[in-house]
Each structure stands twice: as structure tokens, then as C-alpha cells.
Design a binder for this molecule. Sequence first.
Ligand SMILES: Nc1ncnc2c1ncn2[C@@H]1O[C@H](COP(=O)(O)OP(=O)(O)OP(=O)(O)O)[C@@H](O)[C@H]1O
Length: 858
Amino acid sequence: MILPPNVKMTPMLSQYVEWKKKYPDCLLFFRMGDFYEMFFEDAQKASEILDIALTSRDPSKSIPMAGVPFHAVDNYLGKLVKAGYKVAICEQVSVPDGKSLVDRRVIRIVTPGTYVPEEAGEEGRLASINLLNDDTIALAMLSVNTGCLEAGVLKKEEALSLITGFNPGEVLIPDTIKREDLPVELQNFFILQRTKEQFTPDGAARWLCKIFNVPALSVFGLEEGAFDTGCAGAVLHYLEETQFGAIQHVTRIYPLREKHFLHLDVASQQNLELVSGDGPTLYSVLNKCKNPMGRRLLREWILRPLLDQDAINKRQNGVEFLVQDPVVRQKLQNLLGECRDIERASSRLSLGTGNPRDLAAIRDTLLLIPLVYGYCKSSPLEKFISSDNSLETLSTLLASALCDEVPRHLHNGDVIRTGFNSELDSWRELREHGDQWLDQYLEKEKAKTDIPKLKVGSNKIFGYYLEISKGNLDKVPENYIRKQTLVSAERFITPELKEFEEKMAASEQEIASLESKIYADLVQHTLEHVQKIQDGAAMLSCIDVLASLAQVAWERNYIRPQINNGLNLKIEGGRHPVIEATFLDLPFVPNDIVLDGDEERIALITGPNMAGKSTYLRMAALLVIMAQMGAFIPAAEASMGLMDRVFTRIGARDELSRGNSTFMVEMIETANILHNVTDRSIVVLDEIGRGTSTYDGMSIAWAVLEYLDHGCGSKPKVLFATHYHELVALEDHLNGLKNLSMAVHEGERGISFLYKVVDGPADRSYGIEVARLAGIPPAVLKRAFHLLETFERADEVKPSGGVMETSQQIQLFPVSSQAIIEELAAIDPNKMTPFRALEMMYKITDQCREELQSHGNT
Ligand SMILES: Nc1ncnc2c1ncn2[C@@H]1O[C@H](COP(=O)(O)OP(=O)(O)OP(=O)(O)O)[C@@H](O)[C@H]1O
């Protein structure tokens, strides 16, 4: 760090500089009393990001300074890590005596991936990866706020979708990998290079075995010598380093296996708006969870639907039980609503950032666990609970040790309950009896001195004193020591008052130190049970999610889908969960989805814009995801074979920031689908080819359908919506393809949408009718009709590549005179206001002039 010239160093400033030198890549929060102060460059940066005042430490203004109050530090830390900064917290570690320099030490480093704020949020997620080859990635993901560590070696795609869903605050990579060599999906995360040695599987395995006290990592299901061990080591090492060893809440590693979950790639997670999006998401519809642990787990269940039929059935049984028994569901939900986030509370205590309220949260929730357990016993929910009740002792201990209401900060006192520790009680008694003693002493002295107006008081300088008015000074006894003269009185201290004062100060100090010692013991004792607390939390979150799914199923009339090992997908009366729940005033029109693994596995859906094609496609994907996460689904009846992947190519997602045009993104996503489909995949393609010229687009769409039908070597189920009406002819050529269309009603006043999917192709595209509904001016509509007729008279497009000749293409005029005449004819002068008539007059004259100009007649 470079100090500005002419800085006058003080011992405190030298201490600051020494610590700053040790943590040059961090902002240093230097504790001074009730504030964390920053100096020099750090102060300037922090004042900008945090929008706090930049002051200076010295009159010559050579030492910029900015500070934040310690009790509100969480908020400021959150802003700094969000901006990508690391913060080293340098605390006072000796008691200030007003004479010597207070000792200070950096006790932890807050980083974007390790920061766990007091209020529940998405923070505290750390990942590490190692690129093994073009196709394989080793990864580890650590939820710092829950202590859950997962690791695995996976296919690149699968790994990337897991990481994206996890959304880490920081991603660690070995320093042998350059940032620019990382897959694009990772480039927007904060990347941190660490030494390659930390990623070595053998070294990491030895260290991890020691940390977890296990003979081999195979006890967790990890493979000896695999690269994911290296990633797990690297990620935990980073946590240990930044939290100075406070990693007690990470108690095991969960293996991530290939094909363990239905694969939802990054594009599908976004396209289907599963857990995030501009509006309502699947998560927001399904979330009736009562506590943050359940909400976290629900998000995970949505992003990781299962591939194991038994596991799905187990969840469905749980949901079914809670749908059928609303009384138990309600009782459980009430209890779950009272449960606190004990995963997070125990993590914060382990990280050393917890407070008495975290301990109280654990106490309160441990008392509720047996009640939740009681409702789950002897029901399908029993499968989600562990029968180990050994948290009872901890629960009793915390209940007897902590006050009912505890303050946020330990130093505020009143954390430990009276009756828990006799020594603490006697000091407290002394403190409380102090007032009584003072009253008695005053009465005694009044009698002794014969001064009825004798007063007792205290201040910071002399402590306790007796105050005697000037008129009574001749009665002052000899043992009174004069300390202060006021206008009308004098103040004295006595040996008895001094002794009392010392006792009082000692009792305050004893109370504070005893409370903090008992508190520290309680935290330590609690952390010894952290694994069991996490098990309890896992049970509560599972029950919370099941109850949430049941609640939604019950409210919205969802049904239990039958999952099997076959290849058919049959949904009767399916509804789109998000649209149905969002637009409550418009009843959703249910539709069937029937696809098999053979002759009817590609549905080509045609129909006008706005008729419901995209909704139908998305509905299919969402219902499969819901079914495999164990949820009930909005349908009348459903049975489906397990799917391994949901592929989607929907809508226009620009990635201009990454240098990809809309069409390029579309093609990249389509290529990915064509390379990776299996017999058990469901593919949703919405209007592919739309981003380029009509004939290019149509040819691509055509070829993609052929490939999915018989070229890719697999038989995926495909829903393909298109505006290329010409594609309906494919039904006669492709074995697996069937035509479906969106029904519309054509009345006198134009078309209206029925939102019903029917067999067979749409008879035409109705684009111009939809344009009319949207309010396109009649002149434009008329012109469009003429053009359409001309196009339709032109050569029919053939799959063999009949591209329209230039000579057949139509020259596009500005608005034709015919259109102007028609627009005039459509006017009803009786219904026009004078202003509107004048406006129209201007418009028509402009159009006429333009028309004349285009024919050279000015
Ligand atoms: N089954 C349905 N029941 C009720 N409303 C529906 C149904 N399907 C779609 N809608 C409504 O119609 C709107 C348009 O649907 P959607 O976007 O799926 O049409 P589209 O045919 O894909 O249109 P485009 O071709 O222009 O993309 C939806 O936002 C929804 O509000």
C-alpha cells in the first residue's frame, strides 16, 4: 500500500498499515470502539460504493477516513461483496484501558462466496471447478450458509447446468486454467485462481479425511483419487482460510453423480422461468413453504427433478398423504411456520458470526421438532424423518440456559437465564441489591450527620458521591473526602461508597464475562451436535416442501401423475401451472398431450399467433419437471415414462454481450439438442428458424424435424411449434410425426382463439387477422392481403429446394392508392370528432402526396 506523503504516523495508524499489508487484496475494516474504520484508498473506495461520508483523520486532511457502525455492519458487507470486494475484519482483541494501544487481529475475511448475512438471502455459495477435458468437468459446490458440500465429476453440460442453478458468489479454479478458457456460462461469475496443488486429489483426500475424521472418502461415496476430491478440498480450504478454521458446520461430502437428476440445461432453466424470471415462475407458484429452509429446498427440487422412480413415488406418497389430510397439513404448516432457519443459524455460529438470537432460534426449533415428528410418524412422511432423538438433551440445555427473549448482541446482557448458573446469579443479585444498599446507607448517613437533605448520586468522573448543601457544610464528618465544589453544594466520597462502587463495577464485569463464557460453552456444545441439527433441518425442509406441494395441489386441483418406465407421455386435460395461477380471471383451457415412443412422438403444432402454441409447449415441459420432482400436476389424468432430459429452444434470447446474435443463440441451442437427445428426452422447439430469412429458416426447421424423426439414432419426444405452414406436409413423409393445431373460431367480426389443441394441421396461418386484432391500420392490412395472394400464387415451396425466383418476388410499394381509397371508405364521418376528422385529413393528404411522388408526379 502506498501512503500519501506527509502522513504523520501514530501507533494506531502503524498498526492499521501493518494489517493492511497482510491483506492487500481486501478492504480492511478496522474496529475502533463502536465503528469499523477504513483509511486511505480503502476509505475512498468504500465511501463511493457504500455512499458514506469520506472524512479525514487529521487536520491536514492527508488521511482519508470512512467508517460504518459495527451494529449495522452486515448491510455494508453485503453491498461490498456484491460489488466483488473482499473485506478483512480486524477486531479489537484486548480490553481498551485508555493507556496502551488496543491489540487488534484480523478474525475473518468476508468474500462474495462466503458471506452469510444475518437476514436470509441467497448469499454464501462457493464453487470450484477443474476442466478435465473438452467434455468433462470436476466440480464441488459448497453452501456456506447450510454447510452442504457436494462434489462430482460430470459431463460438461450437466456440470454447467448444476453450477448455473447453484449461482455461486465465487468460482475457484486452478491457476493452470486461464479465465478466458472457461466455458462462457461461467464467465459472468467472480472467478478466483488458486494454486493447482490445492486441487490435487490425493493431497485433498488426506486433508478432508482428517477434517471429517473418516478413514477414506469412500464412506461418503466418493471415488478414490478422482478430481472432484481435489475440488472439494479446494473449496473447503478456501472457506477455512477465510474463516480462520471455522468450518465445523461442514460435516460431510455429498457425491454428485452423472444422470442422477433429470438434466435441465442452462437455457431450459431460463426459458421455462423455473426459479427466476421477469414475472411469476414455477417456483413462485409452488412456493407455499413456511420457512426459509423449505424455500431453499423447493428451489433445489425444481432444478433437480429425479430419475429414480422409487424416490419420486416416495415424495408423491408424502404429497398425497398431505393432500388427503388437510388437518394434519395445516397443523404441520403451523408448526413449520414457527420453525426458524436452524441450518443457517448453526452455520453462522460455526463461522463465528452468529449471535444469541441464532442460539435461541436453534432452541425454539429443537423444541418443535418432536411435535413435527409426532405428526409424521406412522404415515408416508415417516420416510423423511430420522428417528434419532438425541437432540433432546441439547434442546433441554438451551431451554434452561437462555432467557426467553435474548438480545442480538451478547454485550447487552440478559442472555443467560436466572437459575442456570449460581455464580452468575449471585453477581446479579449483588447488582440488583445495590440500590437497596445505597438507600440504606443514605438513611444511615443522614441520621449520623443530622443532614436530612443529604443526597447520593454518581457520575463518570468520581463515581458515587454524597452531596451536601453549602448551609450544612459545618456538619460534614471527618472521613468524608471532598471531591467537587458546586455553586450551592459540595460533593464528597467516603470509603464505604468507594468499596460499594468497586463491587458494582466488579459485578458488571463478572456478569459480562460469566455470560460470555457460558454463551461460548453453549455455542461449542451446540456445534458438537451440528450434524444432527442439520439432519433435523433436512427433515423440516422436506416436510415443508411436501406440505407446500400438497397445499398447491389441494388449492388448484392437481393430480398425482403415474410415473413408469415406459416411453409414453399421456396427459389429459393438462394446464399450464403458471398461467393458470396468474391470470385468474381467464379460465385456462385444458389440453391433452399424447406422445409415444414410436409413431406419434413428434407433434408439429401450427396455428395463428397468440393461439396458445408456446403455452402448450411450455406446459408439456413444466408438467414433466413437476412430475419428476415428485409434485402433483395440473391435469385431469397423467401417466408418463421417466424422462432423462428436457430440452427447450424457446423465444429470442439475445446474448449480444457475449457476441452472439439472436439467431446464433437459437442455432447453438438447437445444435446442442440435436447432439444430445436420447429416447427418454423431451424436446420443445418453438418456431426454430424464425431468426433468419423465411426460406433459410424453413429449410432448417424441415431438416431438424427429419433428423429428429430418423437421423439422430434416438427417438425423443418432440413438440414443435411453427409458422411455416409448409411443414405440415411432413406428416406424409415422416413416420413419427403427427400434425396438431390450435383451434380458432372464425366469426363475422374476425377470428377468436379457442386455445384448444386439435388433431390435424391449421388450414392457414391467420397472421393478418391477428394483425387486425392488434390494431394494425386497415391500409396496411389490405396491402398485406394483396401481397399474401401474390405469394400464394407463386410457386409452392418444395422440400427439394424450390426457392422463389427473383422475378417472382414482389416489389414492395409504399401504401397504394387502392389502400387509401379503402381507408377513406372505412371512415364513418358521423362518428368522428372534428379534431379526429382534421387529423385524418392531414394523414390522407400526406399519403396521397407520397403516392404521387412515388410515381414521379410531384
Ligand atoms: N390453453 C389456454 N387457455 C387460456 N389461455 C391461453 C391458453 N393458451 C394460451 N393462452 C393465452 O394466450 C396467450 C398467447 O399464447 P401463446 O403465446 O402460447 O401463443 P402462440 O401461439 O405461441 O403465439 P405466437 O405464435 O405469437 O408466439 C397466452 O399469454 C395466454 O394468456
